[in-house]
Design a protein around this ligand. Structure first.
Ligand code: WT7
Length: 638
């Protein structure tokens, strides 16, 4: 049975689809898009140039993505669970929300947004835990045509304020608090701190979840529950979905780059919908009624695309888990899979590695036989973790999809298709239809041979290409489209084997990947430099057994703010305050100088070698202003 007309069901069909997508992208994506609900058809499937850049898919078309995620499923899936929610505390009850219920809740909350002054095009910031109300708020924004910007709960007040200011967001939706393992994060209180510097925020809607005490500011803050009650009193009227142009923005998601300031990646309604749905259905080979469990947080792109929009637009059942893999014990994922008979598990290598460390005890006596497909995302997966996942979780008979993509790409660009195209440990393998990867050498020449490494670029747009960086289009151009003319540059390096399979080797810019979280070294340096005792700092990554990469900071300390162990703690607290706990350095080495060239540039290559422990192999230091500083740094290595 073919459940989705555009679901690829053989290796041959994959090659056919890929070839067609390259020879005739408009024909190919026009056909896929014809299976969605549009209020008005498009005039042109694709128009683009990467010089500006300008990428327009389905121009002239009108739609609302929530009609595709909700309304169109009411006919045949009204009583099927859309969302299964598993709370942080396993003793508490889970929730099942059917498509009919989710529709009703989104409609209701759309009214709440409208009643509170939210209009089409307004930016609404969401800072909530992993609860169904976050998905409801996301969808309600989309229904009223507001641009949502979800901020991960691990970011600090300062980071939130930066993002609110950049997006000029007038509205915030938050919770009193969020549970994460044994922790209780006071979200509303963090928001209050952020808002000290954001007077333009006119309304904060607060959902009660943890029953943490909060201060509600008169005239600015309202309770979610009160606002919903008003809609109920009004008889729960329908809320016709706002008409959106295919190229109207759907959301902004901030992500780190090689500069100090995070970028607001903008995705638009039509192309993003088509591509996240297409990749969801094809990569995981989703079958009707299956339960899809993506363990990411909705605060990251993975949650946007493969917890919310991809699965819901495909009428799938998506499982939302509030907690963390190790609470109350390291068997949590396996309990959830057993409890709900999960069919697809999509998680990050860092989670797999952290669970491996607990041995097989937590996996034993858990029925994982419902699993059909396993997925990984966010960072390169080492062979050891891949094998462990394959043997102990998949029991050797679940294909593993290694999905490579980015916040900017909106959906998966390189991955095997579960059970359809071949897999290879630590390889993302082949491009999705519509995706044309290529490798370039340092000089910008394309490398056409196989068994080579190069900088990974993409030749032409796919439907969920980022359209701009919010408020600064030139930044989008210089960051992604200017390094190599007429190509999208990913910032990743990749190896291509004799079969043309791609293995992502990691970032080639100054961006770290810590536990699958993207962190710019410049951002961490800026935060460290805020500390009064810090003269200068340089941050690099180093291999970390569980996190993938750890953060190693070399800091020149003035000596005026207490002893060394104290200052290390203070620097850590500073980073936590400025960015958030996710960016805390794992190691801080106090140094008297940094290796600099005569022109004053820090030679990070040397610092990276030290952080990696490659002390014998430091490389050429003759161009340094003061080669002596290297010896001191080597001696002081942590
Ligand atoms: C960076 C993007 C895409 C959702 C999560 C991260 C790295 C992502 C893989 C993979 C090797 C990967 C890349 C990429 N990455 N997936 N399967 N294998 N590396 O999104 O925060 O935008 O980070 O994550 O380095 O550039 P993101």
């Amino acid at each position: 049975m073919m459940s989705y007309p555009y679901q690829i069901n053989s290796l041959e069909a994959y090659h056919k689809a890929w070839n067609k997508s390259v020879d005739d992208p408009e024909g190919f994506w026009g056909e896929v898009a014809s299976h969605f609900h549009w209020k008005k058809p498009w005039e042109k499937v694709l128009e683009w140039n990467f010089r500006e850049p300008s990428v327009k898919w389905f121009q002239g078309a009108e739609l609302n993505i929530t009609e595709n995620c909700l309304d169109r499923h009411l006919a045949d899936k009204a009583s099927q669970p859309a969302i299964i929610w598993e709370p942080n505390n396993p003793e508490e009850h889970h929730r099942l929300i059917t498509y009919a219920q989710l529709y009703a809740k989104v409609v209701q909350f759309s009214h709440v947004l409208k009643n509170n002054g939210v209009k089409k095009g307004d930016r609404v910031c969401l800072y909530m835990g992993m609860i169904p109300e976050l998905a409801i708020a996301v969808l309600a924004c989309a229904r009223v045509g507001a641009i949502h910007s979800v901020i991960f709960g691990g970011f600090s007040a300062q980071s939130i304020a930066d993002r609110l200011q950049d997006a000029q967001a007038g509205f915030i939706i938050t919770c009193d608090g969020a549970f994460r393992g044994a922790k209780d994060i006071p979200l509303k209180s963090v928001i209050d701190d952020a808002l000290v510097s954001c007077p333009f925020v006119q309304r904060v809607i607060v959902y009660t979840h943890t029953r943490t005490a909060v201060s509600m500011i008169k005239g600015r803050d309202v309770w979610w529950e009160d606002e919903v009650r008003k809609v109920e009193t009004a008889g729960n009227p329908d809320f016709p979905a706002e008409t959106m142009d295919a190229e109207d923005p759907l959301f902004i998601l901030y992500t780190s780059g090689s500069t100090g300031k995070p970028k607001g990646v903008v995705h638009t309604c039509g192309g993003y919908m088509v591509y996240t749905n297409y990749t969801f259905v094809n990569v995981f080979q989703y079958q009707p009624r299956e339960i899809h469990f993506c363990t990411a947080d909705i605060g990251w792109i993975t949650g946007h695309s493969y917890i919310v929009y991809g699965p819901l637009s495909a009428g799938a059942t998506t499982l939302l888990f509030e907690g963390i893999p190790t609470y109350p014990d390291a068997g949590r994922f396996w309990d959830i899979i057993d409890k709900f008979k999960v069919n697809i598990l999509y998680t990050a290598p860092t989670a797999i590695r952290s669970l491996m460390a607990f041995g097989l005890g937590p996996v034993q006596n858990k029925d994982l036989s419902s699993l059909r497909v396993l997925g990984t995302v966010g960072e390169p997966i080492n062979e050891e973790a891949w094998n462990w996942y394959n043997e102990n979780i998949g029991k050797g008979n679940c294909p593993i999809v290694d999905t490579w993509w980015q916040t900017e790409t909106g959906g998966v660009l390189i991955s095997n298709l579960a059970g359809i195209t071949p897999s290879k440990a630590s390889y993302a393998t082949l491009p999705m239809p519509g995706v044309q990867p290529l490798l370039l050498d340092e000089k910008g020449n394309e490398i056409t041979a196989n068994n080579v490494t190069g900088n990974l670029c993409i030749r032409a747009p796919w439907p969920s290409t980022l359209r701009t960086t919010y408020g600064d289009h030139d930044r989008c151009r210089t960051n992604y489209f200017a390094t190599y003319p007429d190509l999208y540059f990913t910032g990743d390096g990749a190896y291509r084997d004799e079969n043309g399979f791609y293995r992502i080797t990691g970032r080639v810019d100054d961006v770290l990947n810590v536990s699958g979280h993207r962190i710019g070294t410049a951002e961490v340096e800026n935060a460290i430099n805020m500390h009064a005792g810090v003269v200068e700092s340089a941050v690099v990554g180093y291999p970390h057994d569980v996190k993938g990469q750890g953060i190693y900071a070399f800091v020149i300390y003035s000596g005026t703010h207490g002893d060394e162990s104290m200052v290390r703690k203070d620097i850590t607290a500073t980073v936590s305050r400025i960015i958030g706990p996710i960016a805390k350095p794992d190691k801080i080495q106090l140094v008297s100088g940094l290796p600099k060239t005569r022109s004053g540039k820090i030679m990070r290559r040397i610092l990276r070698k030290v952080a990696e422990g490659e002390l014998e192999n430091i490389g050429d230091t003759s161009t340094l202003l003061d080669p002596g500083v290297v010896q001191e740094i080597i001696k002081g290595k942590i």
